[in-house]
Unconditional design. Structure first.
Length: 399
């Protein structure tokens, strides 16, 4: 998940059938209680830097906790010595000193809602050196355990972007040893949680955020990771953006063969990549984007702007759901289109092309998750839809 102005990121219960011939148990259906998780930002709300200068943060009274099973507070970071802190909460520029008080209110209002903290995010650059040093790694693990116990959390999410790193990610420190060190770090957290569970009588979960890409399973032993963590949350969005050569869908469910970028990428392709690598379906959580991306200087080209060249990105800070709703209003100048192959909506006004997610695509994603027997869905992020207008149809699509 990218911590820019706008954008980026449990054990499953399944019905089983006993095979009389082989006396083995097989998963035969979708989860009875799928995860519906939402990340929630620690920095101010708003679609632009100017908006955020008002220093308005979310509050417990706004949260629609009945439309989710898990809330993930993002982000904490690791310091160079391995200790954990919250850069946005403790910021002198845009502080959020009342965050934990709001969390307490949420917990009282929604006692069944599981609350986690995510450590990392884009730009969190201490993972590699901390994980490589046994002493610093031990400090990190103890800091995780202390945070979980002190704040009465239900678990932790590790959003290391990225162990070993993609070939294009030179700006974030990484090394070939990251994969092994990552697994050791997760193993030590799991061991620590085991001891904490003996003390408190409570179960704690570990999740990781992983890119919806093909390179990650090639560089990280995702099967070993899956054996340690409860879930792997796939960041299945940002397939297209200002860095792309053409417009396109940034969070489409399926591939569109007309996509000029090697047939494009999709959520289904991301899931298939991890399944092919050996990750159990029940451990995979599909990411859903509550924000849009846009380009301007886009010619129609007979596709209403889809897969066309552009002059420059539009709305460089992204578009939240309230921003998008304005574009959907009559008289906005935009026309809404639906790519039935990709199962993705888009907007076009003759110059600006907008890719986003709506309730129709959410219904398709929910049906896909159930059909594949996946663990559930997660949202990046609640601050893009504080009224919960997309959270409810997302929750309903799985329940």
């Amino acid at each position: 998940m990218k911590k820019t102005v706008l954008v980026s990121c449990t054990a499953a219960l399944f019905t089983t059938v006993l095979c009389a011939a082989c006396s083995s148990t097989k998963i035969t259906g979708a989860e009875l209680h799928p995860t519906v998780a939402s990340y929630i930002r620690t920095w101010p709300l708003g679609s632009t830097v100017e908006d955020q200068k008002a220093n308005i943060h979310w509050s417990a009274k706004e949260l629609k906790g009945g439309s989710m099973t898990d809330l993930i507070i993002a982000f904490a970071h690791a310091k160079s010595d391995g200790t954990i802190y919250f850069p946005d909460v403790e910021s002198t520029e845009h502080p959020f000193p009342g965050m934990w008080s709001e969390v307490t209110k949420i917990r009282k209002r929604y006692p069944n809602l599981k609350i986690h903290v995510s450590i990392g995010g884009w730009g969190a650059d201490q993972f590699s050196p901390v994980a490589a040093d046994p002493a610093k790694r031990a400090v990190f693990v103890q800091s995780v355990l202390a945070l979980v116990e002190e704040k009465k959390l239900d678990g932790i999410d590790i959003d290391w972007e990225y162990p070993v790193g993609p070939d294009w990610g030179e700006e974030i420190p990484h090394s070939p040893e990251d994969g092994a060190n990552f697994i050791e770090m997760l193993s030590q957290i799991r061991t620590g949680f085991g001891a904490l569970e003996q003390k408190t009588g409570k179960k704690y979960s570990i999740s990781i955020a992983a890119p919806g890409s093909s390179w990650y399973p090639q560089k990280v032993d995702v099967v070993k990771v899956a054996s340690i963590v409860d879930t792997i949350k796939l960041m299945t969005y940002d397939y297209y953006g200002g860095w792309s050569s053409t417009t396109g869908h940034h969070a489409n469910l399926y591939n569109n063969p007309a996509d000029p970028a090697w047939g494009g990428w999709s959520t289904a392709q991301s899931v298939d990549t991890y399944l092919a690598a050996g990750v159990p379906a029940s451990k995979l959580i599909v990411g859903v984007a509550f924000y849009g991306r846009a380009w301007k200087g886009v010619a129609d080209g007979g596709t209403n702007g889809l897969f066309r060249k552009f002059s420059e990105p539009a709305y460089p800070d992204g578009l939240s759901w309230p921003d998008l709703k304005k574009l959907l209003e009559p008289g906005s100048g935009y026309t809404q289109y639906w790519d039935d192959t990709a199962k993705a909506p888009y907007l076009y006004n003759g110059d600006i092309f907008v890719t986003y997610t709506d309730a129709r695509e959410i219904a398709e994603i929910g049906a896909y998750v159930k059909q594949k027997g996946l663990g559930g869905v997660m949202v990046w992020e609640y601050g893009h839809d504080t009224d919960g207008e997309l959270m409810k149809p997302l929750y309903d699509s799985l329940n």
